[in-house]
Design a binder for this molecule. Structure first.
Ligand SMILES: Cc1ncc(COP(=O)(O)O)c(C=O)c1O
Length: 382
């Protein structure tokens, strides 16, 4: 047990109808992967992000795995993906036997650098018999998988233009950004297909869970089929391809429905926390606060600052240890995936992501973070 004064990085906010809806599942016996809350949760998320279809999954990684499959990414294909991200999207690319091409982050908003993606496509690829191939590997380049990291959108307009030019499928990893907007539209609904996660540290949690959203009815239907073991006959145990047991349970979906009722409030709270951090920390020598692009509405899922060691006097890791001694939990950003032992050998030059990894520190930013706790975090920097 942590002491009462411990300030965690990010914990769930459960104060709505969660108990009531979960109880309904327990009372009716609808606890497993079929039930009214699964359908309702899918509809709620689809309506919220402005997509025609949604398919619930056991987690965000499973959502990505299935999204890659239904959009036709095949073994031996290549997929452009952000290098600065949690590892799940790159792993999902490997699950289908495809290969990630890691793209650097841009320095302002820390998202996939679309110009660098364009440079790779222009210089590193060529068309052969109507198929785009990597000049070095000869592999087909099939998709682009931008990750909206930390709840801020990727600059999607040039990315979508690029995808059109090179005939790439766009799979959005919006797992960290439910509620974020790009030019007034919810992320996840901008590309061909989008994925969300509802694990414990996300803005909306079902304990564990995920969702695929798309306007493509055929893909949605196949996603539902694949996530339910690809059973092709409702009565007989006949399966027409290799499927997965990836369906979300009604119990978890019940929690999701209750959380959806609070989502706008949660987004507002996250944004208020971010605004206060920005006001308090932006004047401090050696601290660079998170920015929000003029075309973006970020949900500031994980509020992060960059610590410039020379000017601030401490490195990110030193400061993380200092804050831990004060009972404040923080964490660095992810090791860029082109450096990950799990994805070796990966040849990519991504200096911005490496710098962000060295300097980035995520601060406590639970939806329920109170004024006093945030003041304690801020006071450490001042
Ligand atoms: C960018 C990103 N993609 C995918 C995932 C995977 O989601 P899950 O943990 O629900 O499998 C996560 C988070 O957990 C994530 O941060």
């Amino acid at each position: 047990m942590k002491s009462r004064s411990f300030i965690p990085l990010s914990v769930p906010e459960i104060r709505g109808n969660e108990w009531k809806y979960v109880r309904e599942c327990l009372d009716t016996g609808w606890v497993s992967s079929v039930g009214p809350f699964v359908n309702r949760f899918e509809k709620d998320v689809a309506d919220y992000v402005g997509a025609k279809h949604a398919v619930a999954t056991v987690n965000g990684t499973a959502a990505l795995h299935i999204a890659l499959q239904v959009t036709g990414v095949q073994a031996g294909d290549e997929v452009l993906v952000s290098t600065l991200t949690f590892i799940a999207p790159a792993n999902a690319i490997r699950y289908v036997g495809a290969w990630p091409i890691f793209i650097d982050a841009e320095p302002r908003y820390w998202q996939m650098d679309v110009e660098k993606a364009a440079h790779f496509l222009e210089k590193g690829c060529r068309w052969k018999n109507g198929v785009l191939r990597n000049r070095k590997t000869g592999r087909r380049v099939r998709a682009i998988l931008p990750v909206h990291v930390l709840g801020h959108p990727v600059d999607m307009k040039p990315l979508l233009a690029l995808a059109r030019k090179y005939k790439l499928v766009v799979i959005e990893d919006a797992t960290e950004g439910l509620g974020a907007e790009y030019r007034g539209r919810k992320i996840g609904s901008l590309g061909d297909i989008g994925c969300f996660s509802f694990n414990g540290n996300k803005i909306l949690t079902t304990g564990g869970g995920g969702m695929i959203v798309t306007d493509n009815a055929r893909w949605a239907e196949r996603a539902k089929h694949l996530t339910t073991q690809a059973k092709s006959d409702p009565d007989e145990y006949i399966h027409d391809e290799i499927g997965y047991n990836y369906r979300l349970t009604n119990l978890q979906a019940a929690m999701g429905c209750a959380q959806m009722e609070q989502l706008d409030l949660y987004v507002a709270k996250k944004r208020a926390i971010a605004a206060r951090y920005a006001r308090a920390l932006s004047g401090i020598e050696g601290i660079e606060v998170m920015r929000e692009a003029p075309w973006a509405k970020s949900i500031f899922w994980m509020y992060t600052v960059l610590i410039h060691r020379r000017a601030f006097g401490h490195s990110t890791r030193e400061w993380m240890r200092h804050l831990a001694r004060k009972g404040i939990q923080t964490r660095p950003l992810w090791q860029p995936l082109h450096k990950s032992p799990a994805h070796r050998p990966a040849f990519a030059i991504c200096p911005v992501a490496e710098k962000l990894y060295r300097d980035g520190l995520s601060l406590p930013c639970s939806v329920g973070l109170d004024f006093k706790a945030q003041s304690k975090v801020i006071s450490q920097f001042c």
